[in-house]
Design a binder for this molecule. Sequence first.
Ligand SMILES: O=C(O)CCC(=O)C(=O)O
Length: 314
Amino acid sequence: MMSSVGDLRVVNRIAECDIRRTGLLPEHVTAFRRQGVLVVRGLLTPQELADVQEAGRALIDRAWSTRSMEDTVWTLEPDQPGAAPVRIEYVVDKARPIAMLAGHPLLLRIMEQLVGPNLIPTWDSMVFKTPAGAPRLAWHRDAGLYDNAVGVTGAGRVIDAGIYLDPAPEDNCVWCIPESNYWGDDRLTATADQLNASEWDTTGAVPAVMQPGDLLLHNILTLHGAPAVVGKQRRVIYFEYRPAEVEWQLGPHSAEYIGLKQQVLRSCIQMRANEPQFGDEEPFDYQPAESLRHWVDRPEIDTLRFAHEEYWRW
Ligand SMILES: O=C(O)CCC(=O)C(=O)O
């Protein structure tokens, strides 16, 4: 079901932006602030999509062949029958095409518009379903929530950006409840408990049906979940972004983390700018407020992996 309001298309109630046709328009920003979710079509070119798909394939193959739990979440202990990997952390450090994706100028301009000029990357992960299967992802808000989270960021400046490497049809996609980003804790908990009481209940939710190369933005406060699936592949690269001033004042990471992740971002932008494939692009111009340029005077970094647990403030 699709309706059209000017340039803003509304599909099953999630607003959509055709990014290479219109850019991110004020009505897309308004829809995201209101609903806590926005579909952005066609972020990746076919070549970049193929490169990141190949990188994703290699990371999953490595998980299967090593059965390692390092930075990798499995459904069961990896040596148990039926175990399957479902998540790999710090993927920017593990694959050059994913590091270059983290420097994508169109992606970063969207994030700058929504998060503000002081955006920093916080989490980077690949969440995936292999044909071996993945269990339901229960209804939840994402981690790293603030006290009084709705007051801090109900309108959405802490954002998860999911870049799709495979199709996500209705029976294998993320579902979310628009405007739940404004719910208080009691309503949120009661609704999640109710929905999670049965194997898969989508009451009040809408599906985020995605195509490879698309981007799904969700406010980390938006209630979302995904059904169990077997026999299908769906890989999503998730980059989370936060405003540095919020991280500086409230955490969850230490102040030192801000400078390190700004260095990661700047390295990814530079890596992409040096790559002939992206020679025609205007690189993203990262210009946070002067007082929040925490990379200045820091030693060079030799990794893109800064483990959360070494930098928690809480
Ligand atoms: O891509 C998915 O299936 C959902 C991932 C998710 O909600 C999460 O990792 O918190």
